[in-house]
Design a binder for this molecule. Structure first.
Ligand code: OAK
Length: 808
């Protein structure tokens, strides 16, 4: 195997001659990249084969993490880092006259997610590999041919362009056709008797093949820490009717069937936290669910011969409700295919499933119209009806006369199927993703369920991969940390706490400042090269990157910048600041797109006004994604986390910034509160309404945004500037202004404006005292350890997946 540069070179050249058709001297960078990935993949494959043996010998539990999204980021450099081979490879390639950095540019990032939920799933894959001794965790998802769109900014507006990430083939994934599953849609269900047992026969269905493509994931510097992400693509079954139609010359019919099937894995829905409500989306959800559950059963029977102890050895975790149909799907397999009774099947099902809720936004809570659902999944619908019937019967007898309770928790009501209710009823555990969010679940949206089954409810605060977002993304800081406290923090993030001992070490603190400066230079260079805007790395980098959404309040930030601009024009002086934004808006979310245009319009005004240029500049980064995040998070001084309290379930960007030493300017929401608790008032700028106040003010008649507007002249001025020609564009921002005034500002932008502005000014003044600033920065890094996804995954194992002690 590869221990040094020479053995690497030999292995690389061997692989190259096996997998490429050109001689090395005539090959292009893609071929060189392809050969390198093939080599790394072969190595990982051999590690996997060993790990799987151990896994079976040790009889380890298997956790299926089902998610419609996995935003995994680029793999090559990250895998090499985890293998400890990056330097060897860089130097070995250089000997062969190959530039490693150029090969890295060949890799396409797999765009298989929208935002927080998808990136969280990827961080959890990383940590499930790392924490494998507690049980093996695997990701199951969909291999969308087109993932999330590429964002272009044209004339200040977002334009969506398809991202054909698979066009050159995606080398990291290996197709596993031998493990494919047939998924059945539509048709009808006939009942028949088998002895004295009723059986259900699904007929005239449309079959679809779910073909897996596996991507291996590594933990850190230990080749037994390895797992995979299995992504399914939908393919047609070349069966009789298809062939027949070909034979009869009905090519159009055959082609239509093929197109309909392939549509299932063709495109990721770009809506973030907004239920699509379309048949295709439900098809995708069932496709993933049926493939994953089908695969788990087939694998289990292959290894153990029967389904004995299935509930002890297997756990399914559903990442929000999107894969919730896997609950009735498991029931279907156990009853219809394995011949179990309802009771036996239910006992297993409710023991293997657990569910994480990631939002309380009403528009994101999935409810399917019964008619659409029943036509697409007739047998699954019957099972859901029966789950609901038995549930209501049980609750009805335990809480006689409590109609309200039944109404609040039923799965099927008003012609719709409530997927969150199905998920709670069909799971043994329900968790929120930050302390405050879990509390809101118990008190509000799942309050009635909490009354019935309080023991089901848990909190597991999110975490992020500190190996990707600090060790890998921020080499200057990672090196400095390792020099100071050793390398153990890479495996055990809470070791970062030891950095506090260096707060009075001048040399260390100077190096800390230098590392930040280097990262800011890197981002400045990126921005200049891509977008032609020159920014000053010694200015305060104030960064707001995340999906565009009303509740995330990029608008509040934009209004603050306009206010600051007005003040600077009137003579105010501040610490020079660069405001950096980034993020995508759902293609159909016009208000969010208006905010992108607004930010770019403000940027135009600010960046072209010499009178303010020494103080502020504004940049909107095009196409924010995981790879760009890896450049952005390390460069931040200020982390903008300003959602309306109660609306951001957790947030994870806040943690990525924290690991990189940014100071949070945060509302009283989601994980902000836990970061604030970890670092204290001195090292965090907290502002604004509490969740309770937001809920209180949301009651009709208790808040009037006009009052804020008319009583705060600074605020009135910027709101009027939206439409009075100040922005020097023909674009119409009336809709934004109307949202704030005529639609009563449902995200409390005006209410939080002054507290936010004051908190920002405090931070900006603090920046003037670099010693004090660096102390806070160090404090944030040192206290970030608990926000590692390793900690979160350990908690999932302890609290949820590892529920019955050892398997045997
Ligand atoms: C997306 C679609 C449907 C439901 C939720 C989401 C989602 O991305 N939610 C986000 O999940 C993150 C991971 O838990 C949280 O950090 C974000 O606060 C939450 O908005």
């Amino acid at each position: 195997m590869i221990q040094d540069k020479e053995s690497f070179k030999k292995a690389y050249l061997d692989t190259f001659s096996r997998v490429e058709s050109n001689p090395l001297e005539l090959s292009n960078n893609w071929e060189k990249y392809h050969a390198l990935v093939s080599l790394v993949k072969e190595m990982m494959n051999s590690y996997w084969v060993n790990a799987v043996k151990t896994n079976i010998e040790k009889d380890q539990r298997r956790i299926y993490y089902l998610s419609m999204e996995f935003l995994i980021g680029k793999m090559l450099a990250y895998n090499l880092m985890n293998l400890g081979l990056e330097n060897i490879v860089r130097e070995g390639l250089a000997d062969l006259n190959i530039n490693y950095d150029e090969l890295l540019l060949q890799e396409e990032e797999a765009p298989l997610g929208n935002g927080g939920l998808g990136r969280l799933a990827a961080c959890y894959l990383d940590s499930m590999a790392q924490e494998k001794d507690a049980g093996y965790g695997f990701g199951f998802g969909i291999r969308y041919k087109y993932g999330l769109f590429t964002q272009k900014i044209v004339d200040g507006c977002q334009v969506e362009v398809p991202d054909p990430w698979l066009k050159d083939g995606y080398v990291w994934a290996t197709p596993k056709p031998d493990r494919m599953i047939t998924v059945k849609f539509k048709g009808n269900v006939r009942t028949a008797m088998d002895g004295n047992r009723i059986i259900f026969i699904h007929e005239n269905y449309e079959p679809v093949l779910a073909v897996p493509h596996d991507i291996l994931f590594l933990g850190y510097m230990d080749t037994s820490k390895i797992n995979y992400l299995r992504l399914y693509s939908a393919e047609p079954v070349m069966q009789d009717f298809d062939l027949l139609s070909f034979n009869q010359g009905e090519f159009a019919k055959a082609a239509a069937y093929r197109a309909e099937v392939e549509a299932i894995s063709n495109i990721l829905y770009p809506e973030d936290q907004n239920q699509a409500g379309r048949e295709l989306r439900l098809k995708q959800e069932y496709f993933l669910s049926a493939a994953s559950v089908g695969d788990s059963i087939a694998y289990y029977k292959m290894i153990y011969g029967s389904l004995d102890k299935f509930a002890k050895r297997v756990a399914f975790h559903i990442n929000d409700t999107h894969p919730a149909v896997s609950i009735p799907e498991l029931m279907r397999i156990l009853i219809d295919e394995e011949g179990m009774s309802w009771e036996e099947a239910w006992e297993i099902t409710v023991n293997v499933f657990s569910y994480t809720n990631h939002t309380i936004l009403p528009e994101a809570l999935e409810c399917w119209p019964v008619d659409l659902f029943r036509a697409l999944l007739p047998r699954i619908y019957m099972i859901i009806e029966e789950i609901d019937r038995r549930y209501l019967q049980d609750i009805g007898s335990r809480y006689p006369g409590d109609e309200e309770l039944l109404r609040k928790t039923a799965i099927i009501a008003d012609g719709r199927i409530n997927m969150a209710h199905l998920s709670v009823i069909g799971s043994r555990s329900v968790n929120g993703v930050s302390r405050i969010h879990s509390q809101i679940l118990k008190e509000n949206i799942f309050g009635a369920f909490y009354k019935i089954t309080p023991e089901k409810f848990h909190n597991i605060t999110n975490g992020v991969s500190h190996r990707r977002f600090l060790h890998y993304a921020n080499q200057p800081l990672s090196d400095l940390i390792s020099q100071a406290i050793g390398v153990e923090w890479i495996n055990q993030a809470t070791e970062l706490d030891k950095l506090l001992a260096f707060s009075n070490d001048r040399g260390f603190m100077e190096q800390l400042a230098k590392a930040k400066y280097k990262n800011k230079e890197r981002l400045a260079k990126y921005i200049f090269e891509r977008q032609g805007v020159a920014i000053d790395p010694s200015s305060m980098f104030d960064i707001h990157v995340k999906r565009l959404h009303g509740y995330k309040r990029q608008l509040l930030n934009a209004l603050k910048i306009m206010d600051l601009y007005n003040a600077i024009k009137e003579g105010k002086t501040i610490q020079p600041t660069t405001f950096i934004f980034g993020g995508k808006a759902a293609s159909s979310y016009q208000r969010a797109k208006d905010v992108i245009k607004l930010i770019n319009s403000v940027a135009q005004i600010v960046n072209n006004d010499k009178q303010v240029n020494d103080y502020i500049r504004v940049v909107f980064l095009e196409n924010f994604n995981v790879s760009l995040g890896e450049i952005v998070y390390p460069a931040a001084d200020v982390s903008e986390q300003i959602s309306t309290a109660s609306k951001e379930a957790s947030g994870t960007g806040c943690m990525k910034f924290m690991f990189n030493g940014a100071i949070t300017l945060g509302s009283r929401d989601g994980a902000n509160l836990e970061i604030h608790e970890a670092v204290g008032d001195e090292h965090f700028a907290l502002f604004g309404l509490t969740a309770a106040q937001v809920m209180e003010l949301s009651v009709a008649g208790r808040y009037n945004s006009w009052d804020e507007y008319s009583s705060t002249p600074r605020l009135k001025r910027v709101i009027d500037q939206l439409v009075d020609g100040f922005l020097q564009t023909t674009y119409d921002f009336h809709s934004i202004r109307n949202g704030l005034l005529w639609e009563n500002d449902c995200f409390f932008v005006l209410k939080d404006f002054m507290p936010y502005t004051v908190a920002w000014e405090g931070l900006n003044q603090k920046y003037a005292d670099q010693d004090q600033w660096l102390q806070s920065s160090l404090y944030n890094i040192a206290k970030a350890g608990i926000f590692s996804s390793d900690r979160a995954i350990k908690e999932y194992h302890q609290l949820i997946w590892n529920r019955k002690g050892p398997v045997v």
